[in-house]
Write a protein of this length. Sequence first.
Lengths: 42, 185
Amino acid sequence: MVAAGLMELASADAYLLELGFDGERSGRSADLRPELPLVLQW
Amino acid sequence: MGAELDHVFVLTEVGAPGATRLCDLGLTEGSSNAHPGQGTACRRFFFGNAMLELLWVEHEQAVRAGGVRRTGLWQRWIGRCGAGCPFGICTRPTDATGQPPFTTWDYRPPYLPASRSIAMARSSARAIEPLLFHLPFGRRPDRVPTTRREPLAHPLGCRQMTRLRLCSPHAHAPPARCARWWLPV
């Protein structure tokens, strides 16, 4: 296993999960709210 | 050694219609699953090192009964748009001696063989926190035998989950040790 990152915890007004993929090298993201409390970054 | 991320779940409305957004974005959906006796079902997206699960309650009576009740799944699901934390975070051992990074109780869901159990965080009933649990038998999706392997290729190009950030109105009281989990690559 190579450590690539840590789970982070942040304060916010509402629950949200941010998932990063592949070191987020492309700089692109998708906010899936309101359907899902989820932001993907890749 | 310790533990690494196995999968995360997001509690959704029945049927997880939000999965369509993920498919439209360019993620390949894997097999769906149900948890008989626990009262939940899910749609899943697999990556090389971890899995994203969209989970919902199908049978209220089951999820509110017996040992399932202590998981806090019902409170999280029914409160997912308000006070309940709609997330679960599951770890697995990094090797044969890996232990969960939190104190646990032994959860024996009805859908698992009697020889297997899930190490459920003692904080499971605290619905304002993510549900933390540990699968002693968990394995990377890309190490599952090819005959049973889920689709790992995504048109979007995503291969490995490399960062996890949980935003919470209760972040001032983080779950024990949750900030020290390594993501497997």
